[in-house]
Write a protein that binds this ligand. Structure first.
Ligand SMILES: C[S@@+](CC[C@H](N)C(=O)[O-])C[C@H]1O[C@@H](n2cnc3c(N)ncnc32)[C@H](O)[C@@H]1O
Length: 250
């Protein structure tokens, strides 16, 4: 495959997770991020652990079909590894990630990888969904590591479209970048230089974006604290988290 000349956030995360599916340009970018914010690896290890927690939770709720948006690389504890009884369609807009993902899943009949820009669900090839998932019932939808790149107006539409598109009983897991990153202006500038402007939100800003999706009783929590059964009171004392997560129901 053609070696990418521009770093991708998912492959930078792969470097921090100790994975082996990133390129020199990603490793260089990761090291620059670490100079600006040394805790970067830890933050993204927590985010990957959150993907594991929500995937296992959804599987425990009887979900065995997943669609993952902005999936990055399907390895290092991503959804099909965390929920091994399930069928999983991974999607992303980055061509290199899709190519690597397809190669990684080539011998896995339970999972595949295809293009989708989550801001336009028409770009999702429904035949891949049908081939991998079969008759779609309640879906587990994973939108993690993506909302921070999408402005409020568009994100509201994305969540509305996902609601209309998914069968009743589906569960969606999300995350949002918190205001803590505002204390590191160089970090935000670096993201801009990668063409990935970050929109920072605290829980009060996140709630109105959820539209018709029903927030779980755990509420909106720092991803490191998210548990299906945790009280939403916890969010009151954690306004300055780097990343917040929540699970919502249709
Ligand atoms: C920060 S990474 C997160 C990867 C993975 N979900 C994780 O949490 O480790 C963001 C990913 O979203 C992808 N992405 C960015 N904008 C997107 C969009 N509009 N639709 C789908 N994927 C998008 C990027 O290519 C990248 O792979």
């Amino acid at each position: 495959m053609e070696v990418p000349s521009v770093a991708n956030t998912a492959r930078i995360i792969d470097y921090w997770l100790g994975g082996s599916h990133h390129f020199p340009v990603d490793e260089e970018a990761a090291k620059v991020f670490e100079q600006v914010y040394p805790k970067s690896p830890e933050v993204f290890q927590e985010l990957r652990a959150y993907i594991g927690k929500v995937s296992r939770y959804m599987e425990s709720q009887g979900i065995n079909q997943f669609v993952v948006f902005g999936a990055g690389l399907p390895t290092c504890g991503n959804v099909h590894e965390a929920a091994p009884e399930s069928k999983v369609v991974y999607t992303d807009i980055d061509r290199a990630n899709i190519e690597i993902g397809r190669a990684l899943l080539a011998n896995n009949p339970q999972a595949d990888y295809t293009f989708c820009d989550v801001t336009n669900l028409m770009t999702l090839d429904q035949s891949v969904i049908a081939n991998v998932l079969g008759n779609v019932q309640r879906l587990g939808i994973v939108l993690i590591g993506v909302c921070a790149f999408i402005k409020d107006e568009t994100l509201t539409q994305v969540l509305e479209q996902l609601y209309d598109w998914s069968p009743a009983g589906s569960i969606l897991a999300l995350d949002f970048d918190g205001k803590a990153a505002a204390e590191y202006p160089q970090l935000l500038q670096l993201m801009d230089s990668l063409g990935a402007h970050l929109y920072l939100r605290n829980p009060a800003m996140i709630k109105p974006l959820l539209g018709r999706w029903q927030l779980s009783s755990a509420g909106i929590l720092p991803v490191s604290m998210w548990e299906a059964e945790v009280s939403s009171q916890v969010m009151e004392i954690n306004e300055q988290a780097f990343m917040y997560g929540c699970v919502v129901y249709k």
